[in-house]
Design a protein around this ligand. Sequence first.
Ligand code: WTA
Length: 809
Amino acid sequence: MIYNNHILLTYNNIYRAVDKCGRMIPVPYNSIVCAAAAGGAREPLFRNPSASASASVYLLQFNCNRRRINTNNRRNNNNNFMDSNNNMRTESYLRHVDSRKLMPNGAGHIPHLKAVILGEALASEEDDLVLPSKEFSDQANVHSPEQYMEMYKRSIEDPDGFWSEIASQFYWKQKWGEKVCDENFDVRDGKIKIEWFKGGITNVCYNCLDRNIEAGLGDKVALYWEGNEPGLDGSLTYSQLLNQVCQVANYLKDIGVKKGDAVIVYLPMINELPITMLACARIGAVHSVVFAGFSAESLAQRITDCKPKAVITCNAVRRGTKPILLKDIVDAAINDSAKDGVSVDVCLVYDNPVALKREDTKWTQGRDIWWQDVIPKYPSTCPVEWVDAEDPLFLLYTSGSTGKPKGVLHTTGGYMVYTATTFKYAFDYKPSDIYWCTADCGWITGHSYVTYGPLLNGATVLVYEGAPNYPDAGRCWDIVDKYKVSIFYTAPTLVRSLMRDGEAVRYLYALMFTVYLCEIDLRINAFGFWIRYVTRYSRKSLRVLGSVGEPINPSAWRWFYNVVGDSRCPISDTWWQTETGGFMITPLPGAWAQKPGSATFPFFGIQPVIVDEKGVEIDGECSGYLCIKKSWPGAFRTLYGDHERYETTYFKPFAGYYFSGDGCRRDKDGYHWLTGRVDDVINVSGHRIGTAEVESALVSHPQCAEAAVVGVEHEVKGQGIYAFVTLVDSVPYSEDLRKDLILTVRKQIGAFAAPDKIHWAPGLPKTRSGKIMRRILRKIAARQLDELGDTSTLADPNVVKQLIELSDS
Ligand code: WTA
C-alpha cells in the first residue's frame, strides 16, 4: 500500500514488532518486506502468515522520532514549531519563512506552510516545502536566505565588484582592463556584445591544475575512473593529471595545432576525454567535443563547420553489453566531410582493447595514429599559452529550431569564473567531497560540471564510462558506495528509470507478500535483497543531490529525495542551458526551503524575468516566457560563424533580453517552475533535439514525402519523439518501412533521436497559407482529442479525421 509515497504494510504482528522497538520504521516504498531489518527489528515482518484472515493493512504516516511541520497536523502541537494557535513560531520558521519576504521577484509571505525538515522526515505529496536542517545550513557555504540576499543584492547592484572579487581568486598573468563587463544586450542599440574581464590574460587549464598543485593538492585525486565492467577502474592525482595533459598538449603542438585552432573530440567517458579538453585549453586550442552517440553524418556536419586540425577518438567502447565502434563512425564522418571539401589530416585513436582489438580496428595509414604509441613519448611538462579572457575556450554544437546545429561559443575568463562559482555554491562544495556527475562530456553539463567547474575548485571527480543500469539498476549506488560519493548530480530521466526499476521491485514484493500469506516460504527474501536496487546499498556518503536537463516532476523529486537521499540530502535542481555556460536558477541547498520540482531562485548576478508574448515583464505570480536581463560571466558570446543567427534566435524575440526558449511559472512565493521548451526543440532524456533536425532526416528517406515531428509526454524520457509521416504517392504503409524510417534518423542524428512513434499521415493539418498546425498534431499525439480546438481554418479539415483514424495503426 502506498500513501504519500510511503508504504507501511502492517498487521497485528508488525504492530508488536514496532512497539517493541519503540518506534515506527521509515520504509521507502521499494523495500516493504525488509523494512523490519532496516529499522533494526529482529523479528520477521510476516511472522505469522496464518494470521492472514485477520490481517489488515494500515496506512500510516511515519512520524516516530522524526519531526514534521504541518499546519494541518495536530499531532505536532507539542513540538516547538507550532504555537497553541497552530501557527509557526520557531527559529526554523523565522529563519526560513519570514526572511523569504526578502526573496527577489515577488517572493512573499507563505500563508499556508506544509513542510518537512531535511533529515527529519520523508517528503510526501502533502509537503510543498523541504526546509534545510539547522545542521546543514550551519555548515553550508550560503547558510541563510539573508546571506543569499546580501550576496545577490551586491551581485546585481555592483556586478563588477562582485565578480572581480571572485575572479581575483584565480591566477591571471595580467589583470583585466578597466571594464569588468562590457555589454550590449539590446538589439535596438546595435550589435549584441558580451565581454567579461577583457584584457585579462589567463589560462583555464593552468587554473584547474597548476594553481591547485601549487596550493598543495598535487597528491589529491583529481579523477577517479570507473569502467563499464565492474572492477575496472583507475585514478589520477592532480599532478598525474597535469603530466598527462601536458603530454597531449605537446603532441598537439607538434602536429601543428595552434592557439585558436579547432580540435574535434569524439571520445567516450574515459579520463582521456577531460585530459584532451584540458590539453586543448592549455595551448589555446578550441575543443569541440561531439557526444559519442552522434552518428557519422552529425559528426561530419560538425567537422565541416569548424574545420578541425585533428580529430581525437577511440577505436571502440562498451556501454553495457554493447560495443560501439567509434572509429568506424569517425572514418565515415571524415569521408563525408572530405566530400564537402574539409579534410582531416590527423586522427588520434585511443586504443581500448576491452572493446575492440587493435588488429580489428580499420586503419588509414598516414592519417590515423594510436594514442598509446605517441602520447607517452612526449614530455610531461608543457608551457602554458596565455590567452585573453575573451579568447575562445570551446565550441559545442546544440540543437535549434532549424536542421542546422548551432555552434555555441564560450570564451575563457568569464566561463572560468562562472562555472567555478556556480559549482561551489549550488552543490555546497567542500574540499572533502567526492563528486559524481553522470553527464557525458559531450554535453554542456560534462564541460561545466564534470571538467571545468569541479577541477577549478580542486575537487575529486568521478568519471563513469558505462551505462547507469549495467550490470543492473543498482550500479549507480554501488559506485556511490565504492567511492564514497558525496555529491551526486544526474538527470531526471535517470531518476525516473531507476525509480521505475524500483517499481518492478514493488510488484515483486507484493507477490512475495501474497506468497507469505499463502504460507509458502519460497525463501525469496534473499533474492529480494539482490533486487532492492537502491536500499541494498548504504549511500551514507551522499550529502547533496543534483538534477539537470529537464523539469524534474515532483514524484521523481520525492523518490530521489526520500529513497536515494534517505531524506537527508537536499536536491539542487539546476536550470541552465548550453548557452548559459553555468547554472542560472538553482537552489542553494543550505539557504532556503525547496519545493519539489522547482528550480527555486536565481544564482548570483542572474536577473530572470518572465515576459508575455509582447515582451512585457510580468511581476509576481505569473506564467510566461523566461528571459534574462543583463549578461553574466558564463554567457556564450556568439554562434560560431553566425552572429546574426545568435541575435535572431536569442535577442530579437524580446528586445533587451536574452530569450531562453523556455516557459516558466513563478508562484506566489517567487519560486520558479520551468515548464519546458516553447520553441521547436524537444527535450528527450535531457538531450535537446530540434524537431526540424528529425524532420529533415525523415524526409531524406526516398519514400517519405513530408514529416512533422512533435514532442509527446514520456514516462521515463520526459518527452518522446512523435513523427507524423506522409509517404510519397502509392507507397503502402508497412512495418518494414516504419523501421527503415527510424533507422534513417538513427543514422543521420544518432540513436538517442530515434522517433518513439511513426504516425502515418495521408495529409498534415495545414493553414491555407501552408503552415503546419503543430498545435493540432500535439493534441493528436497526446490523444487529447477533445482539445483539438477550431479546425475550420485548415485548408482541409478532413485530414484531422484521417489522422485520428490512423492513430493506432
Ligand atoms: C532544459 C542542459 C527544467 C530547459 C544544461 C533548457 C531544464 C534545456 C533544467 C537546456 C531544469 C535544463 N529544469 N528544465 N533544471 N535544466 N532544462 O542546452 O528546457 O542541453 O532550455 O543544457 O534543458 O538544455 P541543454
